[in-house]
Design a protein around this ligand. Structure first.
Ligand code: ASN
Ligand code: ZN
Length: 321
């Protein structure tokens, strides 16, 4: 078999072992994957040019800037969960170098994946603090990259809320994996530690109790529903992508806690199978996603407690499978 055919025959595991790393002239040099990330962190120095000035590369020792060090560690934790739990070699499954820019703009109250890299604001200190503080937020943003390379869920309405939810699910799993927590031990919050002291709240979102993350004069009340009875129809926020994500988030929480143990091992694997399995359409609705998780649970674990937990979880949030 020639190189092209061998490329086609590589399975996901082999891709993590062997990948193209450099092209010198016309010569492609294959290198054995080392199971390590290739991280670079840049500093925008409060400007908006990307990627900005490189301040830390892979293997470099920690520097003085805690924001840079947190970003570097968060990229590493995300890489590690993907590799160890799902045998995925980086965001694209093929060793994509992980790039992050910190200190983006001034008082910038967000973090995002721009299609190529991570960008973190420092927050304004009034509502939000530094967006590199919660490791689940770092993971959330990077998982937008995984979704982009796999199911590529359309960022509007229900498919958009699924896109958001997948980022919350794996963002939370990255935190749980890093802390070695079981489903029972996890806080199931997204963005704990991000809210400024004067804001009344605990986090950006709660997968355990959507709608209870904050209730504040400035931010208002957490608008997330936990079940379809409270589904929000709105044109804002791309059709409520950060609002209705509470429903699939809660379904994952229910399935994972019913199963117990490490959530990334069974519930997480089922969700990962759906995200990357090729059957999830870009325009998938909650019911489509739910049906595929039931199918994935059966294919992965047979007719057992995983299937039961996943089916019951969707039923509890009012999504028919
Ligand atoms: N932090 C936001 C998110 O990941 C930014 C965005 O892309 N809307 O959902
Ligand atoms: Zn997001």
């Amino acid at each position: 078999a020639g190189p092209a055919r061998r490329t086609l025959q590589r399975d996901a595991f082999e891709r993590t072992q062997r990948r193209l790393t450099t092209v010198i002239g016309a010569t492609a040099v294959a290198a054995v994957a080392d199971g390590k990330p290739q991280r670079t962190v840049h500093d925008a120095r409060h400007g908006t040019d990307l990627p900005g000035h490189k301040v830390r590369g892979e293997g470099d020792k920690p520097g003085k800037d805690a924001t840079v060090n947190r970003a570097y560690a968060g990229l590493g934790a995300t890489f590690e969960l993907l590799l160890k739990a799902y045998r995925r070699d980086s965001i694209d499954g093929d060793g994509l170098p992980l790039k992050a820019t910190v200190h983006y703009d001034r008082d910038y109250n967000n973090a995002f994946w721009n299609g190529e890299q991570m960008v973190f604001g420092d927050g304004d200190g009034e509502i939000f603090l530094d967006f590199t503080i919660p490791i689940d937020v770092i993971g959330h943003e990077l998982v937008h990259g995984v979704t982009q390379y796999t199911a590529n869920l359309t960022y509007f309405g229900q498919p958009g809320a699924l896109n958001e939810s997948v980022s919350d699910v794996f963002g939370s799993l990255i935190k749980q994996y890093t802390l070695g927590q079981t489903a029972a031990e996890a806080d199931w919050l997204i963005g704990a530690g991000l809210l400024a002291p004067r804001v009344t709240g605990k986090a950006l979102r709660s997968m355990k109790e959507p709608g209870t993350a904050y209730d504040d004069d400035v931010l208002g009340k957490d608008p997330q529903p936990a079940t379809m009875d409270d589904f929000v129809r709105t044109g804002r926020d791309n059709g409520g992508v950060h609002i209705n994500s509470g429903i699939p988030n809660h379904a994952f929480y229910l399935a994972a806690t019913a199963l117990g143990g490490h959530a990334w091992e069974r519930a997480g694997l089922i969700w990962y199978d759906v995200l990357t399995g090729g059957e999830l359409k870009q325009q998938a609705m909650f019911a489509d996603f739910a049906t595929l998780t039931v199918k994935a649970a059966r294919e992965r674990f047979g007719d057992g407690e995983e299937l039961d937990a996943v089916s019951k979880a969707w039923e509890q949030v009012g999504v028919r499978t």
